[in-house]
Design a protein around this ligand. Structure first.
Ligand code: NAD
Ligand code: LMR
Length: 341
């Protein structure tokens, strides 16, 4: 069988800690498939050029069969030229005690500048995933300053939060993480996000059951678990990024890299039948979320396109949570523009 044409994948901030975890995953086929050759474009800034070259040396040393070339550069035009997928990790991470708003002014100006480079030099139909924080607002700035890139092609990472929610349900209900699906992260990749288990299910020997029904099966455990699913579960997922920073003195990296691979893989290759995932995408007003924000929704993906899952029931409690995180994104948008002016 003839081998596939390589796909060019840009990783910005490739000399940083997420970059260091992410590029070997891409080169091993975790992002685009075990039969998909790739050419990696790694972009960083001049002070990181030597470290970036070290990463390139390690990629050569690892002799990845799927890796057909490496471009390691501090030139944004060279980095963006011809790329089919762009994973935007470059920026300044949050440190202990900082809120995402604190990193806003540094990062939105980077995304404004890189928007035009991608617009001019990336392949037509390049898919863009913004990881760097504030991820939703950086993605929105990128979209607004790259008007010729279709809005369908610009997204931000909330899959890490989605995976964190799957992990928490698995731990709390003592079930395999691979048996849990259809959690939803609504809104901002921040502490106002709403991790929603109302539509989540768990595969059991008796078939697929809603998480809440499974909890209700055992009357003794019910009250404790329901409390955990409503209160403590939500705040654990919302605060997980901060908890990792507190423990590692660095923000999450391996889980962020792995989730970025999940995000692109599902977008390009499709979500399994009956499964939805969370992606930060341009709001079209679904679920009465204001249009014009990059907001995390439940989506399914097919033929390289995402579609927001429609018709899910939203109870009063959830409605308030959806609105709260939308309000924060509207504020961030205004703040971002004030930083850029
Ligand atoms: P890091 O500091 O280790 O790496 C960032 C890299 O970006 C550095 O090598 C830096 O030189 C580079 N960089 C800075 N400006 C750049 C520019 N203009 N162009 C290209 N590269 C540039 O940080 P990290 O831990 O890898 O985190 C990267 C970003 O991802 C941070 O903003 C962090 O908050 C964010 N993050 C997001 C999620 C998520 O789920 N969305 C999860 C974890 C971290
Ligand atoms: C995370 O969620 O781990 C990252 O976005 C880091 C952070 O700033 O919380």
């Amino acid at each position: 069988m003839a081998s596939k044409e390589p796909i060019r994948v840009l990783v910005t901030g490739a000399a940083g800690q997420i970059g260091y975890a992410l590029v070997p995953m891409i080169a091993r086929g975790v992002m685009l498939g075990a039969d998909q050759p790739v050419i990696l474009h790694m972009l960083d800034i001049p002070p990181a050029a030597e470290a970036l070259n070290g990463v390139k040396m390690e990629l050569v040393d690892a002799a990845f069969p799927l890796l057909k070339g490496v471009v390691a550069t501090t030139d944004v035009v060279e980095g963006c030229t011809g790329v089919n997928v762009a994973v935007m990790v470059g920026g300044f991470p949050r440190k202990e005690g900082m809120e995402r708003k604190d990193v806003m002014s540094k990062n939105v100006s980077i995304y404004k500048a890189q928007a035009s480079a991608l617009e001019k030099h990336a392949a037509a139909n390049c898919k863009v995933l913004v990881v760097a924080n504030p991820a939703n607002t950086n993605a929105l700035i990128l979209k607004e300053f790259a008007p010729s890139i279709p809005e369908k092609n610009i997204s931000c990472l909330t899959r890490l939060d989605h995976n964190r929610a799957l992990g928490q349900i698995s731990e709390r209900l003592n079930v395999q993480v691979s048996d849990v699906k259809n959690v939803i992260i609504w809104g901002n990749h921040s502490s106002t996000q709403y991790p929603d288990v109302n539509h989540a299910t768990v595969k059991t020997p008796a078939g697929e059951k809603p998480v809440r029904e499974l909890v209700a099966d055992d009357a003794c455990l019910m009250i404790v678990l329901l409390y955990r699913l409503n209160g403590e579960f939500i705040s654990t997922v919302q605060q997980r990024g901060a908890a990792i920073i507190k423990a590692r003195k660095l923000s999450s990296a391996l889980s962020a890299a792995s989730s970025a691979c999940d995000h692109i893989r599902d977008w390009v290759l499709g979500t399994p039948e009956g499964t939805f995932v969370s992606m930060g995408v341009y709001s079209d007003g679904s679920y009465n979320v204001p249009a014009g924000l990059i907001y995390s929704f439940p989506v399914t993906c097919k033929n390289g396109e995402w579609t927001i899952v429609q018709g899910l029931a939203i109870d009063e409690y959830s409605r308030k949570k959806l609105d709260l995180t939308a309000d924060e994104l509207s504020e961030e948008k205004a703040l971002a523009y004030s930083c850029l002016s």
